[in-house]
Design a binder for this molecule. Structure first.
Ligand SMILES: C[S@@+](CC[C@H](N)C(=O)[O-])C[C@H]1O[C@@H](n2cnc3c(N)ncnc32)[C@H](O)[C@@H]1O
Length: 245
């Protein structure tokens, strides 16, 4: 049985996400990433979106960047779009990601302090602001793990620090055309998805990806002594929270 960190490493062996980011960065953009889940059909994830600048970011992300203060940790930084913006504004930013390709790209784009490491493995410093953006709760993978991730994030916060995380309540994905719901209440939590990704014909090892509704996230925060407030709603059942000790 793999522990969490071994599991994270296993799913990153192929690093297809990182390869796609590198292709785009190196000017070899010819196709987008394809994603699908156990409850949804194939969809394109446009590579340019993963290199978005401030004006192209959804309003929740822009709000998170406006609320940022002090020393920053960008968790799951991807190509480094948020880190770069903040760095240019004068913030001291550390950007971490489990994908080697993503970290290479973030470095090439100019993010000064990067590290290829899984969140649960990182415990070097404490921060005033920790960002987890583009469905940040996805990194927690499943409900059972939320408390341990939150506890770990709490340990990385300075006394007055804040976590800024976005997520979505994806109940709507279980609705049929008549407005009826086919949620299986005795099954796993509806936001726990099996997530699949392919790029240029190569398929990534399936991952677990977690969407959390606000009440569930708030309750999980309370159980580990954190206070969670909703800052803003997005356009489509998504929301941004600020979590403090
Ligand atoms: C949906 S992407 C978001 C990337 C970036 N934040 C953005 O908004 O463009 C999620 C990122 O989290 C990274 N990731 C997943 N699990 C992680 C973990 N346990 N620790 C650090 N990064 C992780 C992935 O490699 C990926 O780059």
């Amino acid at each position: 049985m793999l522990n969490q960190v071994q599991y994270d490493k296993k799913i990153m062996e192929k690093d297809i996400f990182g390869k796609a980011l590198l292709d785009y960065q190196l000017g070899n953009y010819s196709e987008d990433i394809i994603t699908w889940t156990n409850i949804s059909d194939k969809d394109e994830l446009p590579l340019p979106y993963l290199f978005r600048d401030y004006s192209e970011m959804p309003k929740l992300e822009r709000k998170a960047l406006q609320l940022t203060k002090g020393k920053v940790l960008d968790v799951g930084c991807g190509s480094g779009s948020h880190a770069l913006y903040l760095q240019e504004k004068g913030f001291e930013v550390k950007a971490i990601d489990i994908s080697q390709g993503a970290i290479k790209v973030a470095k090439q784009r100019g993010v000064l302090d990067t590290e290829c490491i899984s969140l649960l493995d990182y415990s070097e410093e404490q921060f005033d602001t920790i960002l987890l953006l583009m469905n940040g709760t996805g990194i927690f993978q499943e409900v059972q793990q939320v408390a341990s991730y939150l506890k770990h994030l709490k340990s990385l916060l300075k006394p007055n620090g804040q976590l800024l995380i976005d997520s979505s309540d994806i109940k709507y994905m279980y609705e049929d055309e008549d407005g009826g719901r086919w949620l299986n209440l005795s099954g796993r939590y509806y936001g726990e998805l099996d997530y699949y990704l392919s790029y240029k014909g190569e398929e990534e090892t399936p991952m677990k990806w977690l969407y959390l509704d606000f009440e569930m996230l708030k309750t999980a925060c309370l159980t580990v002594g954190l206070n969670c407030e909703k800052v803003m709603h997005g356009e489509h059942f998504d929301y941004l929270v600020r979590i403090k000790k």
